[in-house]
Design a protein around this ligand. Structure first.
Ligand SMILES: Cc1cc2nc3c(=O)[nH]c(=O)nc-3n(C[C@H](O)[C@H](O)[C@H](O)COP(=O)(O)OP(=O)(O)OC[C@H]3O[C@@H](n4cnc5c(N)ncnc54)[C@H](O)[C@@H]3O)c2cc1C
Length: 467
């Protein structure tokens, strides 16, 4: 189906990126065989890794790849959770690690231009120096700009500000045949032809290679406040959410998490969650000016208490808020060693409560621990499918149970008007559910789009769907 590299091609590729930016040793190639998805049965080693410096070099690589019919997979931070950057058919991995410059912070237009390999961490710190703010915050800051655009990453702050898509203004992309195009620009409005900008967003490296991006940014908000609200049941906690959202001020985030999960994260990182009551927490974050958020805090506390909250802990200092966020951010690491997969089913927010009840029942009937938490304000839930029983013991036949449980959880999400991914993407591991979720006709349209951009199927083959 695809060709293999030979000495002639190897020399050509080495010539494009230079000897130092060219990896051929087996022992080093293994590092590029996986992302954060846990099962090593999906790992594949590339034949070569290239570390180009810019779009021109990527264009030259793509001209070789399309002439020789070689598969090409782009790799950003490899923090993806669904095998997106795994080179399933071998071939070339393009690592964007050298494309790590914030090229322009345009304070007059409130736009930032940056290369695809800049990490979120470096992006946020470049903005902090200028007192600017990029609202989307996918949880792992070693993710890159190219990766977050290609998965349309979300994170907790999507409730008020939306996902990566909502701040993206322009990109530079190298197509499968090496052509370079620049959809969008430093523009707030743009009705000029089809929006390829939005087509590339979330396309998981299957339509083109993003080399540069322009994002809108905002001035830093004056202040923020975090409310931690304990409840006895998930139902009570989630029943508060529509009333919280009906207020004129929209919170940045409304997160839902259980006490059991938080206790494990506390133990893992050795820091404390400041609220000890209840079994379930809502974590509500609001930003804005000081008066506005104080009023908001009072009103929201009343709403929560009217809907079964036990009490409300208000974190108004930076230190208290940082403590809460730190413990919350450790959840993934704390659960990681026993996690098989983290699902990210998204559904209309009013369906979350019944979906969580469904997952809890599955957990009891199969005796598998299925910790569930997520973004209560936007309907995006993360259920971890664990190798552990409810008493914490490792399950012997976890592989069979895993397949059945993920199917049941995903189908339940779809049956509630949901979709299989709210922010992580489809990658390699969720494609078996794509047609069930979107329908055959819809997926056929996606396939035609793919073939229009990449007729040879060389860009990230085997991802999202099979051709
Ligand atoms: C602890 C943890 C927390 C997380 N929290 C969140 C969260 O809150 N919200 C969220 O949405 N995700 C979250 N994620 C998932 C992950 O961080 C995101 O999917 C992120 O967008 C991946 O970026 P990356 O640079 O690591 O991409 P990679 O994993 O390297 O690649 C992801 C996909 O993007 C493609 N790609 C990468 N760069 C380019 C490029 N330049 N051009 C074209 N395609 C490209 C790859 O081929 C692949 O298909 C989390 C992951 C972890 C481990």
């Amino acid at each position: 189906m695809y060709n293999k590299l030979n000495d002639r091609i190897i020399l050509k590729l080495e010539d494009i990126v230079g000897e130092k930016n060219f990896v051929l040793e087996e022992s080093k190639l293994i590092d590029y065989s996986h992302d954060e998805f846990s099962l090593n049965e999906i790992h594949r080693t590339p034949e070569v890794v290239l570390k180009p410096a810019n779009a021109i070099e990527i264009s030259e690589i793509m001209k070789v790849a399309s002439r020789e019919k070689l598969p090409v997979v782009v790799r950003g931070g490899a923090t993806g959770l669904c095998g997106g950057c795994v080179p399933f058919y071998g071939g070339i991995v393009i690592s964007t690690e050298r494309m790590n410059k914030v090229t322009d912070i345009d304070e007059n237009n409130l736009m930032v231009t940056l290369q695809a390999g800049v990490t979120l961490k470096n992006f946020y710190s470049a903005l902090k120096e200028k007192k600017l703010f990029f609202p989307p915050h996918p949880g792992e800051e070693s993710a890159t700009i190219g990766g977050v655009i290609s998965t349309n990453a979300g994170g907790a702050r999507a409730v008020k500000y939306g996902t990566i898509r909502n701040f993206l203004r322009g990109i530079e992309v190298v197509l499968a045949d090496g052509t370079i195009i620049r959809p969008g620009g430093k523009l707030i409005k743009d009705s000029t032809g089809y929006s390829l900008l939005h087509l590339f967003t979330g396309s998981e490296g299957t339509l083109g290679i993003i080399t540069e991006a322009v994002f809108s940014v905002l001035p830093e908000p004056e202040a923020s406040i975090t409310l931690l609200v304990p409840y006895t049941t998930a139902e009570d906690a989630l029943s508060s959410v529509p009333f919280i959202l009906k207020q004129p001020t929209r919170p940045l985030a409304i997160e839902f998490i259980t006490k059991k999960i938080i206790s494990i994260a506390e133990e893992y990182c050795g820091r404390h969650w400041p609220s000890i009551n209840g079994e379930i927490f809502l974590m509500i974050i609001v930003d804005g000016n000081k008066d506005e958020i104080e009023r908001y805090s009072e009103k929201t506390s009343e709403i929560c208490m009217d809907h079964g909250a036990i009490d409300v802990f208000v974190a108004d200092s930076n230190q208290k808020q940082e403590e809460i966020l730190h413990v919350r951010s450790m959840v993934y690491e704390a659960l990681k060693s026993a996690t098989i997969e983290i699902l990210d089913v998204v559904m209309p927010p009013n369906q979350m409560s019944s979906h969580i009840a469904f997952v809890d029942n599955l957990s009891l009937s199969h005796n598998v621990w299925l910790p569930t938490y997520g973004h209560a304000g936007d309907g995006n839930l993360h259920t971890h499918i664990m190798k552990q029983a409810l008493d914490g013991k490792e399950i012997i036949d976890w592989k069979e149970k895993y397949k059945q449980l993920r199917k049941e959880i995903i189908l339940d999400g779809i049956s509630r008007g949901g979709k299989i991914s709210g922010e992580h993407g489809i990658g390699l591991v969720k494609k078996e559910y794509l047609e069930m979720c979107l329908g055959v006709e819809y997926v056929n349209v996606l396939k035609k789009i793919k073939l229009a951009f990449d007729p040879l199927g060389i860009l990230n083959p085997g991802k999202i769907f099979d051709l």
